[in-house]
Design a protein around this ligand. Structure first.
Ligand code: UDP
Length: 329
């Protein structure tokens, strides 16, 4: 039996492909390569280039292979773009989930692990955030992930499909040997942007606001290493294999770091000074997002192992230094 990784050529998907393979799973990947990179995939992985909104290619995959479970990473994920083009996000993210669940139901596939987001919560009333806290997304991206979760809930009740939804907080870092990492056409995430300074690709990093009600005035986030994150997906599969019921888990470290603390950690990790400019707040940024991940700890037995920000950033630095132009190198 194989595990189908949808969106396995993307940043988080490609790290999961490696982690599942290292765990001894037989992995099959579908990706439309819209934002993913074929070069991120190991050569011995069976790869289908296509879009999960195309039910025919899903039926082909489910017919040609014995798929035990689906791990679903396909989604557009740029918050700002989702506000500008909401229907693009609902079409791709929600449409992809409809097509995937339909194909799973047609082909009798009963387990799905879903890449969800802290964006489902919106602006929290309190931190750390619990899975039972209110979900009020503040942008179409977060809304699309919440709709996808709700679709799985209703489908699981009707068709005996079980799901685990993993709500990621901030994901960073790269595979330990530096061979794969983050490569977005349009980079918006803090860690790769900070590292573009020592790479000589930008003169400074702009800090989006230093007047938040936090210890140093800059926003606080909960950063998890992408390899720790991937391990949670394997534990989620084991959980479903052991008969676990459908469930939702936060994935974060429980510790918050400010933008300035991340820049200081990057200075240590790279051994270089990193110039900073203080800019305006970015619209929609909450001051502080930190996960309560005790549920994942108690039920999945998951806990992040790479918890020093300097180590997370050092792994990202290894990838970026070796591939200053990403997969184009
Ligand atoms: N950030 C920043 N400058 C940048 C990019 C991000 O100050 O060039 C801040 C952003 O305001 C947020 C944190 O870094 O507080 C993490 O942002 P990112 O976009 O990586 O993730 P998000 O928390 O928005 O999902």
């Amino acid at each position: 039996m194989s595990v189908l990784i949808c969106g396995g050529a993307g940043y988080i998907g490609s790290h999961n492909v490696r982690a599942f393979k290292a765990h001894g799973e037989d992995v099959i990947v579908i990706d439309n390569l819209y934002t993913g990179h074929k070069a991120s995939l190991p050569e011995d992985v069976k790869f289908y280039e296509g879009d999960i909104r195309d039910g025919k290619i899903l039926d082909k995959i489910f017919t040609e292979n014995k798929i035990e479970a689906v791990v679903h990473f396909c989604a557009f994920s740029l918050v700002g773009e989702s506000v500008e083009e909401p229907l693009k996000y609902f079409d791709n993210n929600v449409g992809g989930m409809i097509s995937l669940l339909e194909a799973m139901q047609r082909n009798d596939v009963k387990k799905i692990i879903f890449s969800s987001s802290a964006a489902t919560y919106g602006e929290p009333k309190k931190v750390p955030i619990l899975e039972t806290d209110p979900t009020n997304p503040t942008n179409p991206y977060g809304e699309s992930k919440l709709i996808m979760e709700k679709m799985m809930k209703w489908v699981s009740r009707r068709y005996d499909i079980r799901y685990v939804s993993l709500r990621y907080f901030n994901v960073a870092g790269a595979w330990h040997d530096g061979s794969i990492g983050e490569d977005h056409r349009h980079e918006t995430h803090l860690v790769p942007i900070i590292l573009q300074v020592p790479l000589g690709k930008r003169p400074h990093v702009t800090v989006y606001g230093d007047d938040y009600p936090t210890k140093d005035g800059t926003c606080i986030r909960d950063y998890v290493h992408v390899e720790d994150l991937a391990r949670a997906h394997i534990l989620a599969l084991e959980y479903l294999r052991n008969g676990g019921e459908s469930n939702i888990f936060n994935l974060g470290s429980g510790d918050g770091y400010s933008v300035m603390e991340m820049i200081n950690a990057a200075r240590k990790a790279t051994g270089q000074d990193i110039a900073v400019e203080i800019g305006a707040r970015r619209a929609g940024d909450p001051a502080k997002l930190v996960a309560d991940s005790n549920k994942a700890h108690e039920i999945l037995k998951w806990q992040p192992e790479i918890t020093r920000m300097e180590d997370i950033i050092a792994s990202a630095w290894k990838w970026h230094k070796g591939h200053p132009n990403g997969y184009a190198d």
